[in-house]
Write a protein that binds this ligand. Structure first.
Ligand SMILES: [Zn+2]
Length: 372
């Protein structure tokens, strides 16, 4: 419904929509508030705020949650407190190489019913597409008490790939809901900007270590997006001239030296959990390999920061757990630059196992709800 409304092109209409987004942004950033405070924060008249908030209530985007206590005894009605509707759900799907993560996320970035659905190794093409659609259908039926108003899908690789577009079309046909798709790391950057612990930082870089390395950038509070590219491709910055060949055609890209796949091979482990376990037991090889990854990554990130300054570097992926040597070593390398006295902190992503689901829902929110 919202998608259809947004197709209207009149200037007045756009103004109204942007004022509604402004109210939603404020409720997300500042939490529950009253119409009076919204009027003060937006410089809109009380009558306009009343009209807009009533429309938002009708659209089930916000709810009235009680009345504000006032120390001053006043005549007239009590101020009603407004909040984002906690049951406005979007279905978030993170497609990975070997599995998909699925769950519902609300307007506050809270995910529920998150599940992992593995793909069997011998599935491909239409068979895999049918499998995904059937599993999504089963999941929706199993959680029938939750109604989603849109679907967000995030995945790796090229977005214009025919298989990905086929999935979007099939989902739209099957579920009669608007479906949005984006690159998973760009979506994680949007999620960090909307809901993350570091959302108040104006400039931050998100680096996700998975099968390869993906990245996303926020400058002046806005997530950088370039239609012509996948986003930021930090993974293909060259670390080693004439180094290992990469699928992008270059040699020596950083993702050929740092990745989950490589860590599993180098440490002879079958899962990342096994690597974390080894590290807990102070396994020397494990410390050595992860420290080396932090040095490589820190070198490349440090070069990046010389071009575009960021206050925070947010690292994500299963190899980035608390006290991961990758975090501490990357910070060390970033700190070595003495060009300016500006600091950059290297921190762990705000999200855990539900990162993909929240990221997927965030792209629907960016399209229809919030303006950052
Ligand atoms: Zn490359």
């Amino acid at each position: 419904m919202i998608g259809k409304i947004l197709n209207n092109n009149s200037v007045q209409f756009k103004m109204k929509q942007s004022n509604k987004s402004l109210i939603l942004n404020l409720l997300l950033t500042n939490g529950q508030t009253t119409r009076k405070k919204l009027a003060a924060l937006t410089n809109l008249t009380a009558a306009t705020i009343t009209n807009l908030t009533n429309e938002l209530i009708n659209e089930q985007l916000i709810v009235e949650v009680g009345t504000a206590e006032s120390k001053v005894v006043r005549k007239g009605p009590k101020s009603i407190i407004l909040d984002l509707n906690p049951t406005h759900w979007t279905l978030g799907i993170h497609i990975r190489m070997d599995r998909m993560e699925i769950g519902f996320a609300n307007l506050k970035g809270k995910a529920v019913k998150v599940e992992n659905i593995p793909f069997s190794a011998n599935m491909a093409g239409n068979q895999l597409l049918d499998f995904k659609i059937n599993k999504i259908m089963e999941y929706i039926q199993k959680n029938a008490e939750i109604t989603a108003v849109s679907i967000g899908v995030v995945t790796y690789g090229l977005m214009k790939d025919d298989r990905r577009l086929a999935l979007v079309k099939q989902l739209e046909r099957q579920f009669h809901l608007p479906v949005y798709m984006d690159h998973h790391v760009r979506a994680m950057t949007i999620a960090e900007r909307m809901f993350g612990s570091y959302k108040d930082s104006k400039h931050f870089l998100v680096v996700y270590i998975g099968q390869g390395i993906g990245s996303g950038l926020t400058i002046n509070g806005q997530v950088y997006s370039n239609e012509a590219s996948l986003g930021n491709q930090l993974g293909h910055m060259v670390y080693m001239p004439n180094g290992k060949p990469c699928k992008c055609g270059q040699r020596g890209c950083i993702e050929q030296y740092v990745s989950e796949k490589l860590a599993l091979e180098e440490l002879n482990c079958s899962s990342i959990a096994a690597i974390i376990e080894k590290l807990k037991n102070n396994d020397e090889d494990c410390i050595h390999v992860l420290t080396k990854y932090g040095q490589y990554l820190g070198t490349v990130i440090s070069s990046f920061i010389h071009m575009i300054y960021v206050e925070k570097v947010i690292l994500g992926g299963q190899l980035i757990f608390d006290n991961s040597p990758i975090l501490t070593e990357t910070q060390k390398y970033v700190d070595q630059s003495k060009l300016t006295n500006r600091q950059t902190s290297v921190v762990r992503s705000s999200f855990r196992d539900d990162a993909g689901v929240i990221a997927a829902a965030s792209i629907a929110f960016k399209k229809n709800i919030y303006t950052f």
